[in-house]
Design a protein around this ligand. Structure first.
Ligand code: PGA
Length: 255
């Protein structure tokens, strides 16, 4: 089944209001110029609304959050932002389980699974991040780590939930290091992830978009996206430069 490529920008804790607005406009213009690629911009939460407005004005790109609360509803949860709030700000996607949050905010597999569920309950499309550390890769544990991280979410929400979800394979050792996974390494991991889903439902597995993230740049995007099971990218550093990011979107459009 042909899957529409998706390229998502993860700005992390970068940009001012003014920079976010400008960058969103430039990215929207790039997205509008490329056919058949879904573009998602995930700014810091405080800029969701202006970035959403800028994207809408230029008619290019959807809005997403970098995280979402695992709690559904409202309540005394200082600092949390619910999926419904992200929706209310115009968001349609939410990154969940990014390795930076797993590593520094104590988000374990069960917490990530609850966030995935909460995002979907609010009508958001979760972008579920999974990936191994260098130590785990060197120890030959990559497949087991991916199976555990994906398995925890599957157990929580069931396979049907993956019909409206996106997966992102992000090896921790490749994030922000300038050392991307090779196309072969990415393809192998993506194929494993798809096979894990296929064990429950082949049709859903075939339709799920699996993004690669970790030091994707304009000059290595094409070879990564050329892999059968790589359906786009989750872009950190290179998403802060419109020219770089738009070139990555263009590369996705060529596959
Ligand atoms: P990077 O980050 O592109 O800067 O490696 C990717 C990510 O963390 O989503």
């Amino acid at each position: 089944m042909p899957r529409t490529p998706l390229v998502a920008a993860n700005w992390k804790m970068h940009t001012t209001h003014e920079e976010a607005d400008r960058l969103a406009r430039e990215i929207a213009a790039g997205a509008a110029a490329v056919q058949d690629v879904d573009v998602v911009v995930c700014p810091p939460s405080c800029y969701l609304m202006p970035v959403g407005a800028a994207l809408a004005e230029r008619k290019g790109g959807a809005l997403g959050s970098q995280d979402v609360s695992e709690i559904v509803g409202t309540g005394a949860h200082t600092g949390d932002i619910s999926g419904a709030m992200v929706r209310d700000c115009g968001g349609t996607y939410a990154i969940v389980g990014h390795s930076e949050r797993r590593a520094t905010r104590g988000e374990d597999d069960a917490c990530v699974a609850r966030k995935f569920e909460a995002a979907q309950a609010a009508g958001l499309i979760p972008i579920l991040c999974v990936g191994e550390t260098l130590e785990e890769r060197d120890g030959g544990e990559t497949d087991a780590v991916l199976a555990r991280q994906l398995g925890a979410v599957l157990e929580q929400v069931g396979i049907a939930a993956f019909a409206t979800a996106v997966l992102a394979y992000e090896p921790v050792w490749a994030i922000g290091t300038g050392r991307s996974a090779s196309p072969e390494q990415a393809q192998a991991a993506h194929a494993r992830l798809r096979a894990t889903l296929a064990a429950s439902d082949a049709k859903i597995a075939d339709s799920v978009r699996i993004l690669y993230g970790g030091s994707v740049k304009a000059d290595n995007a094409a070879e990564l996206f050329a892999q059968d099971d790589v359906d786009g990218g989750l872009i950190g550093g290179a998403s802060l430069k419109a020219e770089q990011f738009n070139a990555i979107v263009k590369a996705a459009g060529n596959h």
